[in-house]
Design a protein. Structure first.
Length: 143
């Protein structure tokens, strides 16, 4: 082979090496873009899940923060608007460990002292986001 043929082969080998490095660089860019795409898809799923959870919370009714004062002892509960006051009363009695008297012996009053119907749902009273209620034994219930 002539010297110019060898030189041309060297040039071709250098060009091949250059292209190999360029190709590796392109592969790195592709991997990087695939990782970015994967990360974005993952974040999209996280946001969709979070949105679904928020919708489920909304679909199940709004929560009302109820501070229930049981014989002077306050306890803070979250109640769904669809819950009956009787259920909230039950939770408050359990939380304050007042189990000596059955729930029916406890009356629920608002801050004005009005006795509330335990069979009504929280939403029926339009308490808003939070309310303070009072539980006390009915007259004669203590024995």
């Amino acid at each position: 082979m002539s010297e110019s043929g060898n030189k041309s082969a060297e040039q071709l080998e250098h060009e091949a090496e250059f292209l190999k490095k360029e190709f590796e660089g392109v592969e790195d860019v592709i991997r990087s873009e695939e990782k970015i795409k994967h990360d974005l898809e993952e974040r999209e799923h996280e946001l969709e899940d979070e949105a679904r959870r928020e919708r489920e919370k909304h679909d199940h009714g709004h929560l009302v923060q109820v501070t229930m004062v049981v014989n002077g002892q306050p306890v803070v509960l979250e109640a769904e608007e669809k819950e009956k006051l009787a259920d909230v009363r039950q939770k408050a009695l359990k939380e304050t460990q007042n189990s000596a008297q059955p729930p029916e012996n406890w009356e629920i009053k608002d801050e004005a002292g009005t006795v509330l119907d335990p069979e009504k749902r929280v939403a029926e009273y339009h308490f808003g986001k939070e309310v303070t209620l009072f539980l006390s034994l009915k007259a004669g219930a203590a024995g």
